[in-house]
Design a protein around this ligand. Structure first.
Ligand code: NAG
Ligand code: NAG
Ligand code: NAG
Ligand code: NAG
Ligand code: ZN
Length: 390
């Protein structure tokens, strides 16, 4: 532990870097007592991470805590401020130019659920998504760094904002250009290597009609009815969207619809928030299909004197292929989005994590202690493979 106290804590402020202490003497790996990589330490790290509430937007406390934990355990740490109180954490030994990046996110969805452990399982917000990944990755990396003879090196990156729009990873990608040969992402995959996930795009439909007395509907333009036509057209389109052998069908979610003011008034406006999970094809192609499907309704609406607009919030992203070429692991495709498309680069990419996505974001988020312990062993195996000198 003595050695680690001489480590420097560097602050990466937007683009400028300040180191609080002088650089280290030559140090090739953290040298720590065996207890610092035990299963007891794994459980206590996981517990501490869950006890610090870190709902997206409120990640400062967990970022600061995690930075000092990593410094105490022999890493050099750069804090990358995404905004003045939201920070990504990058940890490494010796140099931040490494071959491998190991990453996950430190934010969670709301509401906060306190930590509890009973009957061999751990409960609480983030217990699976993704604090189990964070804890298991850190302990696995520490174990590996004690023993590896590889000339390759790794960094750990913990980002903010994954649950909302990937702000943290997008910021890292734009501001810390890097050249990794492989990146290992952590999200719950029930202990298997994910082979891919669908892409995603979202848009808003807005219809302006004209209000009238419901007894005289011909005096108005019924925005809700126009919306119904749009939803019908999109539902029909859903069956024709490109599918993929591995990822399955593309699917449409009519996530939120609103319209009208009262049962006896012809509705003057209606909106719908819609997203599409893309199994195959580019977001541009899907956008064209959506626009074509709505074109006849749009002209009809405009001929009546109403207005229909389709606005896409951003480009979205296409289906993501993930590498699975690590011996002795099963693979599985998943249906959720990740930070993988937010990190630019030509690296190989892997996705692995303990626990089931099915309980994440819900009130009964939990995993077995055994799953957490097994994940640390599995991460160590994966990293050993990625760090091998070939
Ligand atoms: C305890 O866990 C076991 C195995 O996970 C399960 O079968 C059992 O129902 C649990 N018991 C209680 C009281 O939750
Ligand atoms: C590594 O640190 C340098 C400055 O010391 C910085 O310019 C660079 O962006 C950092 N790289 C990463 C991947 O954070
Ligand atoms: C990235 O790494 C590859 C292989 O290690 C190397 O050939 C290439 O020059 C590097 N590119 C940059 C921009 O550093
Ligand atoms: C995919 O869609 C087709 C029809 O478009 C349907 O027959 C099939 O059951 C769907 N597959 C899945 C996995 O939902
Ligand atoms: Zn997650």
């Amino acid at each position: 532990m003595k050695r680690s106290q001489s480590l420097s804590l560097c602050l990466l402020l937007t683009s400028a870097i300040t180191c609080l202490a002088t650089q280290l003497p030559l140090l090739t790996r953290p040298s720590l007592p065996a207890s610092s990589t035990s299963n007891t330490e794994l459980l206590s790290l996981h517990r501490r991470l869950i006890e610090i509430e870190s709902i997206s937007g409120n990640e400062q406390a967990i970022g600061d805590w995690l930075a000092s934990y990593l410094v105490m355990h022999g890493f050099q740490v750069q804090k990358q401020y995404v905004t003045k109180d939201r920070l990504n954490i990058l940890a490494y030994v010796n140099s931040n130019k490494t071959d491998i990046l190991v990453t996950s996110h430190i934010d969670t969805v709301p509401p906060y659920i306190p930590y509890s452990i009973h009957n061999g399982s751990i409960w609480g917000r983030g217990s699976v998504d993704a604090k189990a990944c964070v804890a298991a990755q850190i302990i696995a990396s520490l174990r590996l760094l004690q023993t590896t003879k590889s000339t390759k090196s790794l960094s750990l990156l913990y980002v903010v904002g994954e649950e909302v729009s990937g702000t943290g990873m997008k910021y890292f990608s734009a501001n810390a250009p890097s050249n990794y040969s492989a990146v290992l992402f952590g999200e719950p995959t029930e202990g298997r290597l994910a082979s891919g996930h669908k892409g995603m795009m979202s848009f808003t439909l807005s219809i302006e009609g004209k209000a009238a007395h419901s007894g005289y509907p011909w005096l108005g333009i019924d925005a809700n009815r126009i919306l119904l036509h749009c939803l019908n057209a999109l539902e029909k389109l859903e069956g024709e969207l490109p599918a993929d052998k591995v990822l399955g069908n593309s699917t449409i979610n009519f996530g939120m619809i609103q319209g009208g003011v009262a049962n006896n008034v012809v509705p003057a406006s209606a909106t719908a928030e819609i997203s599409i999970r893309i199994a195959s094809g580019s977001p541009e192609h899907i956008r064209d299909l959506v626009q074509d499907a709505l074109k006849p309704i749009k002209s009809q609406t405009e001929a009546q004197g109403g207005h229909l607009s389709v606005s896409f919030s951003n480009r979205g992203y296409g289906p993501v292929r993930i590498d699975t070429d690590i011996p002795d692991f099963d693979s599985v495709s998943v249906n959720y989005g990740t930070d993988i498309p937010n990190l630019e680069g030509k690296h190989k990419q892997y996705l692995y994590g303990p626990g089931s996505i099915q309980v994440c974001h819900g009130p009964n988020e939990h995993l077995k202690v055994k799953e957490l312990e097994d994940a640390a062993i599995a991460y160590e195996k994966i990293l050993e493979y990625l760090l091998r000198d070939n």
